[in-house]
Design a protein around this ligand. Structure first.
Ligand code: AP5
Ligand code: MG
Ligand code: ZN
Length: 220
């Protein structure tokens, strides 16, 4: 399946994508994770994107589209892919359509995780991420077994640099202005699947599998 997951900052895109990646056995491609990896390793790309991310603005489309064009050509995408955090502007969505068209591929569905702004703030401020493998936790909703340490690799959990409240408010504004129009874009293409993202992590995941038509034993 060729999928993307759309929604506000903190809606649960990364959490659901990490679970879907295992279930569907397709790569989870998060532009945010790629940018953070580059910032952490102080690469040329990392240095270019750092100030945009830390101020809650979008990275320029030119950088993002080129990055995704390369990533989608990697052989692991032949079995399908799950995009998280891309596209984020109408221009990026049109570029994605063109890239896939050139590769003779099609997007199957855009999953839209709908979550109100009040819930978002609580989710983001309680989020912790692994410094090593990027796995996402929440201090109340999804705590690690040992406080402050990753269940998978045992490395320390940290708060993301852009998860300070002032930056979160800016990211929400950016989302409503620049990214929310994509809901109508994919609705017009007949590809939008709307999922209420307010339930528990497990119930939202089950709802996504249901709406995709994935059975319990598929892909196992
Ligand atoms: P990105 O990393 O994509 O951040 P984001 O869109 O702001 O989304 P988040 O990662 O904050 O949230 P999420 O939806 O993944 O939620 P999560 O699953 O972690 O982008 C960061 C920055 O990079 C952008 O601001 C921009 O500058 C730049 N960028 C990235 N892509 C770009 C692009 N295409 N173009 C331009 N710039 C780009 O969940 C949040 C918390 O809630 C967690 O603690 C989780 O445990 C908890 N949780 C999740 N689901 C539930 C649930 N159902 N119930 C209770 N708790 C839950
Ligand atoms: Mg994320
Ligand atoms: Zn880890």
């Amino acid at each position: 399946m060729n999928l993307l997951i759309l929604g506000a900052p903190g809606a649960g895109k990364g959490t659901m994508a990490q679970m879907l990646q295992e279930k569907l056995n397709i790569p989870h491609i998060s532009t945010g994770d790629i940018f953070r990896y580059n910032i952490k390793n102080d690469t040329e790309l990392g240095r270019k994107v750092k100030q945009y991310i830390e101020s809650g603005a979008l990275v320029p489309d030119s950088l993002t589209v080129d990055l995704m064009k390369d990533r989608l050509q990697k052989p692991d995408c032949l079995k399908g892919f799950l995009l998280d955090g891309f596209p984020r502007t109408i221009n990026q969505a049109e570029s994605l359509d063109a890239i896939l068209d050139e590769m003779n591929l099609n997007l199957d569905n855009a999953i839209y995780l709908e979550v109100p702004d009040e819930v978002i703030i609580e989710r983001i401020t309680g989020r912790r991420v692994c410094t090593e493998c990027g796995k996402t936790y929440h201090i109340k909703n999804n705590p690690p077994i040992r406080e402050g340490l990753c269940d998978v690799c045992g490395k320390p959990l940290i708060q993301r640099e852009d998860d300070k409240e002032a930056t979160v408010i800016k990211r929400l504004e950016t989302y409503h202005r620049q990214t929310e129009p994509l809901v109508a874009y994919y609705k017009n293409q007949g590809k939008l699947l709307v999922v209420n993202g307010e339930g528990s992590i497990d119930s939202v995941f089950q709802e996504i599998l249901r709406i995709l038509g994935v059975q319990e034993n598929d892909f196992n």
